[in-house]
Design a binder for this molecule. Sequence first.
Ligand code: GDP
Length: 444
Amino acid sequence: MFESLSDKLSAVFDRLTKRGALTENDVDEALREIRRALLEADVALDVVRSFADKVRDRAVGANVIKSVSPGQMVVKIVNDVLVETLGDTAEPINLAAKPPVAIMMVGLQGAGKTTTTAKIAKRLKERHDKRVLMASLDVKRPAAQEQLAVLGRQVEIDTLPIVAGQTPLQIARRAMEAARLEGYDVVLLDTAGRTHIDEPLMQEMADIKSYASPHEILLVADALTGQDAVNLAKNFDERVGITGIVLTRMDGDGRGGAALSMRYVTGKPIKLIGTGEKMDAVDEFSPQRIANRILGMGDIVALVEKAAAAIDAEEARKAAARMAKGKFDLQDLCDQLAQVEKIGGFGGIMGLLPGVAKMKDQIEKAGIDDKLIKRQRGIILSMTPQERRNPDLMKASRKKRIAAGSGMRVEDVNKLLKQHRQMADLMKSFGGGKRGGMMGKAAQ
Ligand code: GDP
């Protein structure tokens, strides 16, 4: 899958990675090519535009890490934007409800709905140890119910016995009752398809939805239909409401347009992808993995990530070594604040520490928030390098200049300097001991 898109993007990056430095012209030229490649891959125009804007914003302002080339940096940026566009994280099927959990499968005829229903049932049984019941609500296509029964036997999943002459709603009722009585964990309701969207179909879906209150409504769409699949998802979502998408025939999709546009246009996650006709040919949709396949440049992405991590570690080591000697100037404080911002500000830190969330109110009352970090960094960045290294230089006239430069008041500058002094004293008391103290150990 995605061979052609990945080939085209590779050609763009090959040219870039060979150059030493990256100019704005280079970025623009690469973006032109990227835009063309995406459009040819049948990615929706809106998505292409927003994609290119994001890449440009980040590429032009990016700090290029020393040990990688600017071209490699752009590859990493394109990768990150791809992952974001695809939805950041994998979203598995949600089964967190009182059993029996109903999952309703919807979609057009031929999209792979019945096949996917059986694939999902098999997966839930094998990987999640669930007892699954499948029921076909398709009374229009004569062989539909029998087709599901055949697949059920093949994957060893129970199907609801066929009773001729029942309406879809009656079948749904029978399926839910059977599941309750017989202790099934999950009921998969395979609904009828049509060759195109029409009002009676939508009404039928809405009725089944209001009766069975499904926990998930998964639209099965054929990736090979590109933009049509995306429009279909939008339509189904507006009329019936869907919770996720299964993109089938990703094994044959050389262009990748549907996958890339789907999340952006519908706002709904792709939860699974179909990768073949066999009953095991279904995978969790992983934005990272798909981005990797589209770009075909996992090695470069990993390289840039490693280089960035190495630089962070190196900076932390240097800072710890300085502090061990009792040195903690304003530049150090600025670097520390930048680190806090990088991991998502105080909100990010609090999210990482269990129990701290409870203290949120107190922290906010004390005026420690992410805006404060920004303001404090702003003040330090308005100082000259000499002032940052030597806070004793700070006289009234300098303070005035710094306050004006950062849009703050002199008393804010004083407050920051006082805070810094307290922190530096604290560092000294840690680091001043004969054997290097706490910070000394951290630096070793
Ligand atoms: P429905 O009408 O939506 O229920 O579609 P079916 O489940 O009957 O599938 C139609 C055809 O598509 C069958 O031959 C399936 O084997 C095939 N199919 C379904 N999913 C995939 C997939 O992910 N990849 C490939 N290559 N074929 C698929």
